[in-house]
Design a protein around this ligand. Structure first.
Ligand SMILES: [Zn+2]
Ligand SMILES: [Zn+2]
Ligand SMILES: [Zn+2]
Length: 419
């Protein structure tokens, strides 16, 4: 994620900022402009409206009108703005959330806010890649659920356009416990959301995008029994065997769908790391006995955009520096991955596909984004234009049979944490 500057005073601000610490301006992220901006109240233009301030004398100084996302007004849980001509109460990110845990429980409220913050980061990167929800291009919808006493464990996973996340993943201790139990070096909220979005975009861009044969030639045959493949993977142990020669992670070796989702998530990690380092103007020199290697980070969203090989050349020294810095502070490696040949070709496949999609005009609108399943009640019917966040005490979904090819969660696997 790049860093931003307050567009009123120029001070450094961040994607999560809500106020400029230098000039005191209210800050919000403008999804229509993909930037942070300073806003001034504009009650003369309408209740709850804010005007983009910009710098005095600049083009933005008497700028567009916005409202703050309803989740900011009600919970201080979001810093996205809504353009005044968009009649939705919730911002483009929050409106994709359809089911919440019981927010009257303080712990759930904190978990939800952390998850939404990670989801806004996912929105940003997808939007920069040209994949954000738009007319004719649906995005995933989200259900954030808590385990309830006596109920089945909530499985994190994707099913038919809906991403479900067990909110316990927002608790550091629980996430660390699962990470160790499953032999994973990396487990984060943004990692989960990126992974699950990979399943969503597989349906959209691979299965429905005419790329199935190309996918199989790189990732293998995904029509093999998913539940059996996962059973076999975990029976063997997650982190065993020679997976590192072909996959970005041990879990990716479980099934071609998981290989894809892990690779997709890794591609988003890569893009975000490069964007961050480019926004700081990072130049890295890696010392070596045959001479120093110098590298300057390029913005992956620059025009023209750097090609895949160039990005990869920049990623390697960047991750060396990153891990050296975290070790300096006694922390584990921030980037606990080492990519080999076949895994890199899979990343290249994702890159080529995303670039291809970015250059494709959007198709005419299609009907519903997704429907909330009848197994969760009570949930208001989603409205594509102003989808309300359903602040309900969520009832866990009933077990979902893993009979259809695109079902990627399985209630029988509760102790194995399928995703
Ligand atoms: Zn400022
Ligand atoms: Zn919002
Ligand atoms: Zn998965």
């Amino acid at each position: 994620m790049r860093v931003f500057n307050c567009d009123h005073c120029g001070h450094l601000v961040f994607f999560d900022s809500v106020q400029c610490v230098h000039c005191g301006s209210t800050l919000a992220f403008l999804p229509d402009a993909l930037t942070m901006a300073a806003l001034a109240p504009a009650p003369q233009d309408g209740a709850g409206l804010w005007r983009r301030m910009g710098g005095r004398g600049t083009a933005q100084y008497s700028g567009r009108l916005y409202r703050l996302c309803h989740n900011h007004i009600e919970h201080q849980a979001c810093n996205f703005a809504v353009p005044a001509n968009d009649y939705a109460e919730y911002c483009v990110s929050c409106r994709q959330t359809r089911v919440l845990p019981d927010l009257s429980e303080t712990a759930n409220r904190g978990r939800w806010m952390q998850i939404e913050a990670a989801k806004r980061r996912l929105f940003y990167t997808l939007a920069r890649l040209g994949l954000e929800p738009a007319p004719g291009r649906p995005g995933p919808v989200f259900e954030f659920l808590a385990d309830l006493p006596g109920g089945p464990s909530i499985m994190t996973g994707h099913h038919s356009g809906t991403i479900t996340l067990n909110v316990a993943e927002a608790d550091d201790d629980e996430r660390a416990r699962r990470r160790i139990a499953l032999g994973e070096p990396y487990r984060t909220l943004i990692g989960h959301l990126r992974h699950e979005s990979g399943h969503f975009y597989w349906d959209q861009l691979v299965r429905d995008g005419g790329r199935l044969e190309a996918f199989r030639s790189v990732f293998g045959d995904e029509s093999q029994d998913y539940a059996a493949a996962l059973d076999a993977h975990y029976a063997k142990g997650n982190d065993v065997g020679d997976w590192a020669e072909r996959h970005v992670s041990a879990y990716a070796a479980a099934h071609p769908w998981e290989d894809w989702a892990e690779t997709w998530a890794h591609y988003l990690h890569m893009i975000d790391l490069l964007e961050t380092s480019a926004s700081y103007g990072t130049e890295i020199t890696v010392p070596g006995i045959y001479g120093a290697q110098r590298s300057s980070a390029l913005d992956p969203f620059a025009k023209p955009a750097p090609d895949f090989d160039t990005m990869l050349l920049q990623l390697v020294p960047l991750t060396l520096l990153l891990n050296s810095l975290t070790r300096s502070l006694g922390q584990p490696d921030a980037y606990p991955f080492a990519l080999a040949g076949e895994a890199l070709e899979k990343l290249r496949f994702v890159h080529d596909m995303v670039r291809e999609e970015a250059n494709r005009p959007t198709v005419p609108p299609v009907p519903a984004l997704a429907t909330v399943t009848a197994t969760i009640a009570p949930v208001p019917a989603p409205s594509p234009s102003s989808a309300p966040v359903a602040a309900v005490n969520a009832v866990p979904a009933a077990p979902t049979p893993a009979s259809k090819p695109n079902i990627k969660k399985n209630s029988k696997q509760a102790n194995k944490d399928l995703r």
